[in-house]
Design a protein around this ligand. Structure first.
Ligand code: CMC
Length: 429
C-alpha cells in the first residue's frame, strides 16, 4: 500500500505521496508543496533533498554499498576494463562483444583532437593548472564539433559520448606535456584506452613508453572506481547545467570545474600535501589529527569523511588493497603510505571520528597509487575527471531523456528590507 506523509501547517493538513526506490529508500514527493501551502523547504547543502530519480548508481552510505547499474563495485575488481564499465553506465547494461568492439573502435578513431585545438595549448602559461586547461578545452570541443551540440537521437549521442570519452584523455595528457614543456605525443591507434593515455603522458618521440601491466591495471581500477557516484557535487552540476539544455561538452566542462575543489575531487591533491607536510616533519600524525578536530584551525583530515558514507567507503577499501599490493611490486617504499596508514589507524580509534562516522574516502589512497605509477600531483584531479566522465555523460543523457524541468532552486531571503537608492555623491561611505 502506498504511503502518505502528512504535513500540518497552521492546523491544516496536507498530504504528500511517498515514493519508494528500488532498494526501499523512501522519499516524500513535495513537488506540489509551494503551490499548495506557499512554503518551500530549506536544506542547505541538499543533504535531505533528492533532485531526481535515477537508474544509474545505487549507494547505501550506512552499509558502505556502491553499485553501478545494480552490479556491486567489488565485482569490478578483477575483471572488466574501464571502457566496458563506461558503456554499462552510459547505455544501461553491459555491452556484448560486438557493441564493445564498436565502441572501442570509435574511441580509437576519435582520439585525435583538431590541430586548431592543439594550438590552443601553446597559449596557456606553463604553470596553468591542468584542471583549468581541461575545463577550457572540454568546453572548446563545442566549437570544433558543432554538429554534436544538439543530440536528439541515440546514435548522435553515442558519437558525442565516444568523442568526449576519447578526447578528454588526449586533452589531459597534452595538458601535462604542456606543463612540462615536452613535445605532445599523438595518440597511438594500436594502444587501448589506458595504455594510450600512459603513452601520451610518458612516451618521447624517440622512446615509446613500455607498458607495465601492473601500472595499467591500477590506473584502470582507479578510473573504474571513480566512474560514477550518483548525485555528488560535480554530477549535480552537470545535471544542473544540462537542465538548461546546455550541450554535453559545456555541461561536462562545468562538472570539471566543480570537481576541482578540495572538498570534492581536489581532495586527492590535498591528501598528498597533508601527507607530505607530515613527512617533512612540520607535524606528527597525532598532531595533525588533533588539529583537524579543532574547528578554529580550519584544517580537516583530508581524504576522510563523506556526505553519504557513514561507514567505510568501499572504494577506499579497494584502493588501500591496491596500494598495499602495487607499491612493493613496483619496488617502491613510499613513506607517505606508512603515514597514511598511521593516520587512518589513529583516526579510526578517535572518538571524534568514530562519533561522526568519518572513514577514509576514495581520495585517501588514490594519490599514493597515482604517485607510485608516476602521475604528478597536479594531474591527480584530472585523472579523477577522466574517471568520472562516463558518470557525467550517463546522468546528462538520463536527464535529457526525461525532458526534466530546468533546475531552479528557491531561497529564503534574509537581506535588507525595502531600501531607497541614494545618488553617488549623497552616500556617506
Ligand atoms: N576532518 C575533520 N572533521 C571533519 C571532517 C574531516 N575530514 N569531515 C567532516 N568533519 C566533521 C565536521 O567538522 C562536522 O563536525 P561537527 O558536527 O562537530 O560540526 C562533522 O564532521 C560533519 O561534517 P560536515 O562538514 O557536515 O559533512 P559534509 O557532509 O558537509 O562534508 C566532506 C563532507 C567530504 C566535504 C567532509 O567530510 C570533508 O571536508 N572531508 C575532507 C575533504 C575530502 O576528503 N573530500 C573528498 C570527499 S569524497 C570524494 C569526492 O566527493 O570527491
Amino acid at each position: 500500500m502506498s504511503q502518505i506523509a502528512t504535513l500540518i501547517l497552521d492546523g491544516e493538513s496536507h498530504d504528500f505521496p511517498v515514493i519508494v526506490g528500488t532498494e526501499n529508500e523512501p522519499a516524500i514527493d513535495i513537488s506540489s508543496l509551494r503551490a499548495r501551502t506557499g512554503h518551500i523547504t530549506l536544506d542547505q547543502g541538499y543533504g535531505n533533498t533528492g533532485s531526481c530519480e535515477s537508474a544509474i548508481t545505487y549507494i547505501d552510505g550506512e552499509k558502505g554499498i556502491l553499485r553501478y547499474r545494480g552490479i556491486p563495485i567489488e565485482q569490478f575488481a578483477n575483471g572488466p576494463n574501464f571502457i566496458e564499465v563506461a558503456w554499462l553506465l552510459i547505455f544501461g547494461r553491459l555491452p556484448n562483444v560486438e557493441e564493445y568492439a564498436e565502441f572501442a573502435n570509435e574511441l580509437t578513431h576519435e582520439a585525435n583532437i583538431d590541430e586548431g585545438m592543439r594550438h590552443h595549448f601553446d597559449s596557456f602559461p606553463r604553470k596553468a593548472p591542468p584542471m583549468a586547461i581541461l575545463a577550457s578545452m572540454v568546453s572548446a570541443l563545442s566549437c570544433f564539433h558543432p554538429e554534436l551540440l544538439e543530440l536528439d537521437d541515440p546514435s548522435r549521442f553515442r558519437s558525442a559520448a565516444a568523442r568526449l570519452m576519447s578526447k578528454i584523455r588526449t586533452i589531459a595528457a597534452f595538458a601535462y606535456r604542456h606543463s612540462q614543456g615536452l613535445p605532445y605525443m599523438y595518440p597511438d591507434p594500436r594502444e587501448k584506452y589506458v595504455n594510450n593515455f600512459l603513452h601520451m603522458m610518458f612516451s618521447m618521440p624517440y622512446d615509446h613508453y613500455v607498458d607495465d601491466d601492473l601500472v595499467r591495471d591500477a590506473l584502470n581500477m582507479i578510473l573504474i572506481l571513480h566512474a560514477d557516484h550518483e548525485q555528488n557535487c560535480s554530477t549535480s552540476t552537470v545535471r544542473m547545467v544540462g537542465s538548461s539544455h546546455a550541450n554535453l561538452f559545456a555541461s561536462c566542462s562545468a562538472g570539471i570545474s566543480a570537481l576541482w575543489g578540495p572538498l570534492h575531487g581536489g581532495a586527492n591533491v590535498a591528501v598528498l600535501e597533508m601527507l607530505q607536510r607530515i613527512h617533512d616533519g612540520q607535524l606528527t600524525p597525532q598532531e595533525y589529527v588533533k588539529l583537524s578536530k579543532d574547528k578554529e584551525s580550519g584544517v580537516r583530515l583530508m581524504g576522510f569523511g563523506h556526505r553519504v558514507y557513514k561507514n567505510f567507503d568501499p572504494r577506499a577499501r579497494l584502493l588501500a588493497d591496491i596500494a598495499g599490493e602495487l607499491l612493493p611490486r613496483l619496488d617502491k617504499n613510499d613513506p607517505l603510505l606508512n603515514i597514511a596508514r598511521e593516520l587512518e589507524e589513529i583516526a579510526l580509534q578517535d572518538p571524534y571520528f568514530v562519533e561522526r562516522k568519518l572513514y577514509p574516502n576514495v581520495d585517501f589512497y588514490s594519490g599514493i597509487i597515482l604517485r607510485a605509477i608516476g602521475i604528478p600531483v597536479n594531474m591527480f584531479t584530472v585523472i579523477f575527471a577522466m574517471g568520472r566522465l562516463p558518470g557525467w555523460i550517463a546522468h546528462w543523457w538520463e536527464q535529457q531523456q526525461e525532458n526534466a524541468r530546468i533546475s531552479r532552486p528557491r531561497q529564503v531571503y534574509q537581506g535588507n528590507g525595502l531600501t531607497d537608492y541614494t545618488p553617488l555623491h549623497g552616500r556617506k561611505r
